[in-house]
Design a protein around this ligand. Sequence first.
Ligand code: GDP
Length: 422
Amino acid sequence: QTQKPSESLNIVIVGHVDHGKSTLLGRLYADTGSLPDGKLEKVQAICRQQGKEFEYAFLFDAFLEEQEQGITIDTARTFFNWKGRQYIIIDAPGHKEFLKNMISGAARAEAALLLIDALEGVKEQSKKHGYLLSLLGVRQFAVVVNKMDLVGYRQDVFDGIEKEYREFLGQFKAVPECIIPVSAKLGDNIANRSANMAWYTGPTVLDQLSRFKKEAAQSEQPLRFPVQDVYKFDARRIIAGRITAGKLKVGDHLVFSPSNKRANIRSVEAFNIDPPPTEGYAGQSIGITLDEQIFVERGEIATHQDQLPSVSTAFRANLFWLGKRPLERGRKYQLRVANKEVDCEVATIHRIIDTMDLAQQQGSTTVNKNQVAELTLRTKTPVAFDLSASFEATGRFVLVDEYDIAGGGIVTELIHDDQEFL
Ligand code: GDP
């Protein structure tokens, strides 16, 4: 590898099992020269020894095992470099926590590749993934129709899949950047334009990756610093957390919501950084001390005073339910938003959408696994949050049903608590 790229982009590759995610990734690593020297030959030699045909998927699996040594977070991240940008693959194949990571925000994808097997065609899973990407706010994605070699590289097969999938996506106004016919196994239209599909004139997979846009730098947004913990250290209180948007510096006047307590930043404390910084930016985990002894708690959001978050005991949301038992109106759940944990209940289920066939239902009092619901949630005490359209991290939440993350979603509308909503 030459120099370290200046920019990175988080991408996710989704698709039905066996449609070729590992193969595509193995190919991307190999074709971008991102494998350690000798790796390809080593895996090929092992395949020969074991009398198996070489697979790019094995290459990726072997690579993943190595990179994984050192990974402590709950989602597997690997990366490759291409034309001055680093692509971080969140949720590599084999990690089944994709949906939970997506809805809990543990894995924030800036762009996605959605894989469809040309021989199998559009499956229920392909539909579900397409819908969820859109629901979860992944706005840039490309569809990759894989295994074109198995259908004789025929344009009519590709056109049929393209038409069917575009129609499906159109139902919820999702538009892919492009739909690319490939063979991950043989390398058609991955790095190199395929001579087998001269009828296709769009970008290759690597061209398309380069075209995905980086999201606006989050440090340019208004400040959001959700409090994760408060430590007493000597005589000082250190307020620790991760800045999810914006920036802060020593001397800034902060407001903590929902308590509305206020103080100025006396110092910024970062672990293992010497001398300590005087500023903090989106993405950093830091601690701060204040010039006044105010009592703030985990789950409050610190902001500047002219850019406060919403504070309420009710909001409207889109929720995706994964729970073993159905979500029920009126039952008690634990809500986690920013770092706040609070009891809540579902006040109203406005509409339910099945992620498989997009059938809609009104008037239901329960939400089943794999359904998406538009609903109103009511919390026991006021919480601070944002609309998801404005702030990614503080606009999403999870619902916990007896210790299990059973659902997650995004806040779509603030409801003032004096408003009649039942
Ligand atoms: P995953 O479950 O989505 O990660 O799928 P894999 O990458 O493991 O691929 C599943 C099977 O499909 C493997 O046997 C691959 O060799 C095969 N496969 C993947 N891509 C292609 C392709 O482009 N053409 C052909 N003929 N087979 C492929």
